[in-house]
Design a protein. Structure first.
Length: 200
């Protein structure tokens, strides 16, 4: 019955996802933010260790990219803030079922911190500019989000490991580009399907 009521509100919005999302109560928006934080934690456990770098491949970035366009800038950012604060406090939902401040201060901490600006920028651009609801524009935004995550991750990696540019790039960025482009493409298709409504 609860789900039926929510879907009824969506239909009354003229089929526009963003218009429907913006009419939700603060409670429902926070519930969505908590939901995406949980999904990000679950996705973090899908990990593939690589023998030549201490940074594993995970599914986290996929959920991070979706949260900005689906939740919007503020609540997408709130979702990642919930994820980071809870994980730092000890909730074991960073990759490898880890939690605590040691993860944030460790080698992969920069990527996690980068989730917040990546989500807020992609979410803001999606909400502000109508054309960003199209698949190709969403792919561009998802790629921008990946770049932001890389920038934070690489800078932190370089600081923690005292690595120069070449070693940092080959260990903290280059190995992940192909798989993250695939994630970005799939995420762009999903988000565009939410946004591809006449009301938007």
């Amino acid at each position: 019955m609860y789900l039926t009521k929510l879907m009824g509100g969506y239909r009354n919005s003229g089929g526009s996802y963003i218009q429907w999302r913006d009419t939700l109560s603060l409670y429902h928006k926070l519930l969505l933010a908590f939901g995406f934080a949980l999904l990000t934690g679950i996705a973090a456990q899908v990990r593939i260790p690589l023998p030549f770098t201490p940074v594993p491949v995970t599914l986290q970035v996929f959920m991070v990219l979706l949260s900005g366009t689906i939740l919007g800038s503020f609540f997408g950012g709130a979702s990642m803030l919930i994820y980071i604060i809870s994980g730092t406090a000890g909730v074991p939902w960073f990759n490898g079922f880890a939690g605590g401040y040691g993860v944030i201060s460790g080698i992969t901490g920069g990527y996690i911190i980068g989730f917040i600006p990546a989500v807020m920028i992609t979410g803001w651009l999606t909400d502000k500019y109508k054309n960003f609801g199209k698949v190709n524009a969403q792919l561009m935004l998802m790629s921008l989000g990946v770049f932001i995550i890389y920038a934070f991750g690489a800078l932190h990696f370089s600081f923690v490991t005292r690595s120069g540019f070449t070693r940092t790039f080959t260990m903290a960025v280059l190995p992940f580009i192909p798989v993250d482009l695939i994630k970005a493409t799939i995420a762009a298709g999903i988000s565009a399907s939410f946004l591809r409504k006449e009301g938007f």
